[in-house]
Ligand binder design. Sequence first.
Ligand code: CP
Length: 310
Amino acid sequence: MVIKNKWERKSLIGLEELSEEEINLLLDKAKYFKKLKSLNQKIPESLAGKRIVNLFLEPSTRTRIAFEVAAKGLNADIISIAEKSSSLTKGESLRDTARNIQSLGADAIVLRHSSPGSPLFLSEIVEVPVINAGDGAHEHPSQALLDIFTLREKWGSLKGKKITILGDILFSRVARSNIWGMLKLGAKITLSGPSTLVPKKMEDWGLTVSYNLESAVEDADAIMLLRIQHERQTETHFPSLKEYSKMFGLREGEFELKKNALILHPGPINRGVEIDSKMADSSQSVVLEQVSNGVYVRMAILHFCCNGKV
Ligand code: CP
């Protein structure tokens, strides 16, 4: 547990268990690293001599590279392993893989896995910190932290801000982590998408659910689009992509959004499905800012989880 300004966790599994203070601690450290970079000042080599292993057992562009850039920025060594090039393909278990990685001198393991709960499982097996880089439809804490960081940078605070999360909520670890984090920071959340892709009883979490796209987006201060997570769906949840796009795709000029409403997307974007190119590339879109902020947020995560010295 963290008491105010002190990080006392070994691993980062999800935002469900983090307090508001812990979230702000991570965001403040990310802000500090970003500030140093913007001033062209040297970022402390707080992880010099540490060895981080990126164990990515699902595809990734942004998260894997951002963890690599973040680790190198703090002067740690980082090694990235993909499933296809590992001995997992020869039948080795995740448990044995992780214990071998630890024996090879890893100081932390960053894990992306299709099974919800796998980072927690690993964190109970190995002694080194485990950082969840996305586990099935459960959580994607570093993504939510960078989303929240981006909004906090724009607004100063999320308190009272209306944020609409739109799309495939049911299979989205990004949505789940953002809901935990944003509610803790005082945002008002609306979920929208096809009823088959919004989990039941979400109102019990203290948020609003709307199946009407217009009412879900018209007074939002920020709209976060989610792609359809085909890789986690075993049955069809809507008639066709064309119909999905017509009913729930965000297209320029279709609805009157707030003038300063921000458009977020964790990526990868499926242009023409959940969002059209004009909206994705508009001046309201902060998608690429999210990606660059992801480096500073991951620096903060690695710094705290690996006992970085500053
Ligand atoms: N947002 C996200 O997790 O992107 P990647 O799958 O490319 O890491």
